[in-house]
Design a protein around this ligand. Structure first.
Ligand SMILES: NC(=O)c1ccc[n+]([C@@H]2O[C@H](COP(=O)([O-])OP(=O)(O)OC[C@H]3O[C@@H](n4cnc5c(N)ncnc54)[C@H](O)[C@@H]3O)[C@@H](O)[C@H]2O)c1
Length: 305
């Protein structure tokens, strides 16, 4: 008999069982730790935290959840606390102004390429019809939001395209101060988001940064003939300061930035009432009307947006 009063063989069996259990527990802990370390390195994680659950829990939650098929305090451990491992071979791309003309075409292109789209738009000039084909798509999310206000996005964002700004002079001149804010604060808010998410970001700029140019065609070395005042300045100068913000964030804040100076563009999803020359020609031609040519029609147009 052992000191505990139990027969020796029962004590040995109990000790052996305890040892086996400890070894099993150690293996599971090591495996769990290994799994988590490897997952952090190799996979993209989406972690849903509940209440004040902290990082520490991740070390043992896989094991708890492994044994548990029940809930804990009304919370399903596996769906709510457990890190959700998402392996993805596509990018998560935020398109501000995604319901507009250029933005919606970009949404289509990137969805077709298999990427996940977060469309952010305040519908100032955007049209829900432009994005209607994607609304039910599992890779498309619409957030109605004005980029003049800061925005936070849950989960990863790999790339950001800033297409948000009315491009039609008639529309951006309706609210010139809002146009200035969209160009400056909107760009700033998106750059901050890009910095936080470590996302690459593109600014849709314009040939209007050259102002009323004295040369044609303009290349990037041309500094422009610009005007801080006047009806178009809210757009032109807004786009110029947005370019400066992008340049600064790229040079000093570690954000990977791109700037695309778009010249007059037209195509599907454009507002027929946009008011610019090419769309006016097309609409008038479709209606069988005379084409309106402004001015004396003698001087070639240098830039049109
Ligand atoms: N279309 C062109 O010819 C042209 C030329 C040069 C530059 N661009 C630039 O390309 C971008 C897209 O132009 P577009 O022709 O598609 O214009 P658009 O007016 O069709 O689209 C702009 C989109 O941005 C949204 N938007 C505007 N302000 C916003 C804000 N504060 N917050 C959130 N959403 C906002 C609008 O609702 C709309 O959906 C613009 O930045 C424009 O300056 C366009």
């Amino acid at each position: 008999m052992a000191k505990s009063g139990k027969p020796h063989h029962i004590q040995y069996e109990a000790e052996a069982a305890c040892t086996n259990l400890l070894i099993l527990l150690k293996i599971l802990l090591d495996y769990g730790r290994l799994l988590i370390r490897r997952s952090y390195r190799q996979l993209n994680w989406q972690v849903q935290t509940v209440g004040n659950i902290t990082h520490f829990h991740f070390a043992f939650m896989p094991i708890v959840a492994f044994f548990s098929d029940t809930s804990w305090g009304g919370v399903d451990l596996r769906t709510s606390i457990m890190p959700r491992v998402v392996t993805r071979n596509h990018k998560v791309i935020l398109i501000a102004g995604g319901a507009g003309f250029v933005g919606s075409n970009l949404c289509r292109r990137l969805i077709d390429e298999g990427h996940e789209i977060i469309c952010v738009d305040n519908f100032q000039t955007g049209n829900r019809c432009n994005i209607a084909p994607f609304l039910q798509h599992r890779h498309f999310r619409l957030i109605q939001h004005d980029i003049c206000d800061p925005l936070d996005i849950s989960g990863p964002v790999d790339e950001i395209y800033n297409m948000a700004c009315a491009a039609s002079p008639d529309r951006y001149q309706e609210g010139p101060v809002h146009t200035c804010k969209t160009c400056f604060l909107g760009a700033l808010n998106l750059l901050e988001l890009a910095r936080r998410k470590k996302a690459r970001i593109l600014q849709s700029s314009t040939s209007e940064v050259y102002g009323d140019p004295e040369i044609s065609l303009q290349d990037e070395s041309y500094r422009g003939c610009v005007n801080t005042c006047g009806p178009r300045a809210c757009y032109d100068e807004g786009k110029r300061v947005a370019e400066t913000l992008f340049w600064e964030y790229g040079a000093h804040n570690g954000v990977e930035t791109r700037i695309a100076r778009i010249f007059n563009t037209y195509g599907p999803n454009m507002d027929p009432a946009d008011g610019r020359v090419v769309s006016n020609f097309i609409v008038q031609a479709l209606k069988g009307e005379d084409l309106t040519v402004y001015g004396t029609a003698c001087k070639p147009a240098l830039s049109a947006t």
